[in-house]
Design a protein around this ligand. Structure first.
Ligand SMILES: Nc1ncnc2c1ncn2[C@@H]1O[C@H](COP(=O)(O)OP(=O)(O)OP(=O)(O)O)[C@@H](O)[C@H]1O
Length: 362
C-alpha cells in the first residue's frame, strides 16, 4: 500500500457569501510527504483540507492528485481518505464493522470485509479490540480505529483534520510519534491540519503556514524556524522577536531600522527604500545578557518579567522603543548571572540571528 500521490493545488479559492475563506492558494505537496497546514482559527486550513477531500467544492481553481484532475470528483472517487476531528465512529457498530464500513458501501462481501478490517486493526495494534463498541475504547484507541477506517480504502493521500486535538497532552505526544511512524511505513501522502506549531514542527516534512485565507510560507520546518518569511510567521511560530520600524540605511548586507522613539537595529537581508516600513526578526534563543552591546545588535533594557522553565529561563525586557522583547536563556547562562524584575540589563545577539522580513504586500 504505497501508491502515494502528489497533491497539486492550483489557484484555489473558496468564497462563502461575503467571506473569502481561501484566496487563490497554490501549493504542491510532494508524493509521500507529511504536510501540516498550520495557522490560527479561521485562517482557512480546514476549508483547504475539505476541498482536497471533495467535501467542499472549490469556488475557483483546480486540484490534482497525481496525474488526475479531481476538482469535480466526489470524495470516494478521488483516492483520498479523510479522518475527522471527532472520529465520527458509529456507536452501534463494533470496531471491525466501523473499520469495514466503506467496503460495505462498495458491496465487498462480508468475509473479505472482516478480513481486511482485521488487517487494518493489526496495523494500528487494535486487533484484540475488533468486537468492542467505540464507547468501550479510550480516546487514543478510538482515534486509531478512525485511522484504520480511513486507511482501509488504500488511499493515495490521507487527510487528517486536527487528529490529535481530543487527546490529553501525554497521549498527544505518543500518538503523534505513532502517526509519523505509520506515515513512513505506508509511504503515502499525509495532510494534517493543526493550530499547534509544536505538532507541525514534530511531524511535517512541509509546513504550510496560513493566515487570512492565504499561504504566508510553505517550507520544511527548519526553514520556517530559521528563515521565517513574514512578520506573521515569525510571530506565530513564537521563536522570534519582531521589531518594526523605518529603513534608515544599509551596510555590509545589513538593513538598519530606526524604531520610533527608540534605538536602531540591524537585520540580515535585502535593502529597503529609505524611510519605508520594515520588520526584522531576532531569534529569542540566541539572546545573551551581560556582554558589551555592538551597535544595532543589542540594547540595554529593563527586566519586566522572569519565567523559570526548567532547562531555560524566559526574560521579558523593555527598552529602546520596544515594549516586550523576549530572551530565552539556558538555565546555566541565567544562573551564572541572574537578574530580577526592574534590573537594567544589556542584551546582545549576533548578526546571523537576525533576518529582514518580507514586506506585507510582497
Ligand atoms: N460553511 C461555511 N459557511 C460560511 N463561512 C464559513 C463556512 N466554513 C468556514 N467558513 C469561514 O471561512 C473561514 C475559514 O474557516 P476554516 O474552518 O477553514 O478555518 P480554520 O483555519 O480551519 O479554523 P479552525 O482552526 O477554527 O477550524 C472562517 O472565517 C469561517 O468562518
Amino acid at each position: 500500500m504505497s501508491n502515494a500521490a502528489t497533491i497539486d493545488i492550483v489557484s484555489v479559492s473558496k468564497v462563502y457569501g461575503s467571506t473569502t475563506a481561501v484566496e487563490s492558494v497554490s501549493l504542491k505537496i510532494p508524493a509521500g510527504s507529511y504536510c501540516c497546514l498550520l495557522g490560527p482559527s479561521g485562517c482557512g486550513k480546514t476549508t483547504t483540507l475539505r476541498m482536497i477531500a471533495g467535501h467542499e467544492r472549490v469556488s475557483a481553481g483546480d486540484i490534482r492528485l497525481g496525474s488526475s484532475v479531481v476538482t469535480d470528483l466526489p470524495p470516494a472517487s478521488r483516492g483520498t481518505a479523510m479522518m475527522f476531528q471527532s472520529y465520527a465512529l458509529f456507536p452501534h457498530l463494533d470496531v471491525a464493522d466501523n473499520v469495514a464500513f466503506s467496503l460495505k458501501m462498495k458491496g465487498v462481501p462480508k468475509e473479505e470485509r472482516r478480513a481486511r478490517a482485521l488487517e487494518m486493526l493489526k496495523l494500528v495494534q487494535l486487533e484484540a479490540y475488533a468486537n468492542r463498541r467505540p464507547a468501550q475504547l479510550s480516546g487514543g484507541q478510538q482515534q486509531r480505529v478512525a485511522l484504520a477506517r480511513a486507511l482501509i480504502t488504500n488511499p493515495e493521500a490521507l487527510l487528517l483534520d486536527e487528529p490529535l486535538s481530543a487527546l490529553d497532552p501525554f497521549l498527544k505526544v505518543r500518538v503523534r510519534a505513532e502517526l509519523k511512524k505509520l506515515q513512513r511505513s505506508l509511504g503515502i501522502t499525509f495532510v494534517h491540519v493543526t493550530h499547534s506549531q509544536e505538532e507541525a514542527m514534530a511531524l511535517a516534512d512541509l509546513i504550510v503556514v496560513m493566515n487570512d485565507g492565504r499561504i504566508e510560507q510553505a517550507a520544511p520546518p527548519r526553514d520556517i524556524f530559521e528563515r521565517p518569511a513574514t512578520a506573521f510567521v515569525a510571530r506565530f511560530m513564537g521563536d522570534h522577536n519582531v521589531i518594526s520600524g523605518k529603513a534608515a540605511g544599509y551596510a555590509d548586507g545589513m538593513l538598519l531600522l530606526d524604531v520610533a522613539g527608540g534605538g536602531t537595529f540591524a537585520g540580515t537581508g535585502p535593502a529597503r527604500e529609505h524611510g519605508s516600513s520594515a520588520d526584522i526578526a531576532i531569534r529569542t534563543d540566541r539572546v545573551r545578557i551581560g556582554e558589551p552591546v555592538q551597535p544595532g545588535l543589542g540594547f540595554t533594557g529593563i527586566v519586566q518579567n522572569v519565567e523559570y522553565r526548567g532547562s531555560s529561563v524566559k526574560l521579558s525586557v523593555s527598552g529602546a522603543g520596544i515594549s516586550d522583547f523576549t530572551g530565552i536563556l539556558s538555565d546555566a547562562d541565567f544562573f551564572a548571572n541572574p537578574v530580577k524584575i526592574g534590573d537594567a540589563v544589556p542584551l546582545c545577539w549576533e548578526a546571523q540571528d537576525t533576518i529582514v522580513l518580507q514586506p506585507l504586500d510582497a
